[in-house]
Design a protein around this ligand. Structure first.
Ligand code: SAM
Length: 272
């Protein structure tokens, strides 16, 4: 029987800041997170990034996940997780890998991702997953609250930016839980939020990730400037704004996700 607190002691799992280690040890909370991640789904495979000492891993397995692939960079945690693997030999696979380099394609389709993310690489991982959004049935991810607010922001919100547009183009996003620093060990300085990312049946525009990145980078790279000026690097800012139905005197923060989609579609057509 895997007892989280014993495992922490036995393997001397002092949290490492460099790996973004803030563990959740409260069993009730871990089960609540696992249930939030799984509700309404029957995933054939769950990918957990950063299982750490395995609290969420254990909760997911106890909630009945049939196959759980856990990718962890810290070798110390991988050694501890071998004990959990002994309880769930068929269901659990632990890989000592860097999630930034992990190839999700190896898991097949309809992957359900669940992660209390290391905050130092959380947005890099999110963008990596957005680039292959069709592989996933749902992603349930812990971010710092400020990042969660950027993901859910809409035009004219202070937090609205590139990440809001890239996410809103491909997925529906909701904040499912707000967690105070005290629920983590050690406690981070920031409040956290559990975010559900549900891929849209089809993206709002059928354009490449690269084009959408170019448009949002140009617009938000100079976010205080009017589109007339910030979009110059793409050529024809007037035509791009007309395609999006927004005035050239607007700024990036005023343009809805749909407007950026129309700009990206127009840009691709122009460059064909
Ligand atoms: N899931 C555990 C929990 O909820 O208590 C730990 C979460 S902790 C915030 C983040 C975990 O991600 C740590 O175990 C850390 O070692 C791991 N990690 C950090 N960078 C990683 C990377 N690039 N690839 C895989 N795991 C990573």
């Amino acid at each position: 029987m895997y007892v989280l607190k014993d495992v922490l002691q036995k393997y001397d799992l002092q949290a490492k800041k460099s790996l973004g280690q803030n563990f959740i040890l409260d069993g009730n909370l871990l089960h609540k997170i696992a249930r939030t991640a799984l509700v309404g789904l029957s995933p054939s495979v769950v990918l957990e990034v950063g299982p750490g000492p395995g609290g969420l891993t254990q909760a997911l397995l106890e909630e009945g996940v049939p196959r759980l692939v856990a990718v962890e960079k810290d070798r110390r945690c991988v050694a501890a997780l071998a004990e959990l693997k002994a309880d769930y030999p068929q269901q659990l696979q632990v890989l000592n890998e860097d999630a930034l380099l992990f190839n999700e394609q190896t898991l097949g389709p309809d992957i359900c991702v669940v992660a209390n993310l290391p905050y130092n690489v959380s947005t890099v991982l999110l963008v990596k997953w957005l680039k292959q959004i069709k592989r996933f049935s749902r992603l349930t991810l812990m971010f710092q609250k400020e990042v969660a607010e950027r993901l859910t922001a809409r035009e004219n919100d202070a937090a609205y930016g590139r990440l809001s547009v890239l996410t809103g183009w491909l997925a529906d996003v909701s904040i499912e839980m707000i967690l105070p620093p005290a629920v983590f060990t050690p406690s981070p300085k920031v409040t956290s939020a559990l975010v559900r990312v549900t891929p849209k049946a089809a993206p709002l525009a059928d354009v490449s990730f690269q084009t959408m990145e170019r448009v949002t980078a140009a617009a938000f790279g100079q976010r205080r400037k009017m589109l007339r000026s910030s979009l110059k690097s793409l050529g024809e800012p007037e035509a791009l704004c007309a395609a999006a139905g927004v005035p050239v005197t607007d700024r990036a923060e005023n343009v809805p996700v749909d407007g950026f989609c129309k700009m990206a579609a127009f840009l691709e057509k122009m460059e064909k």
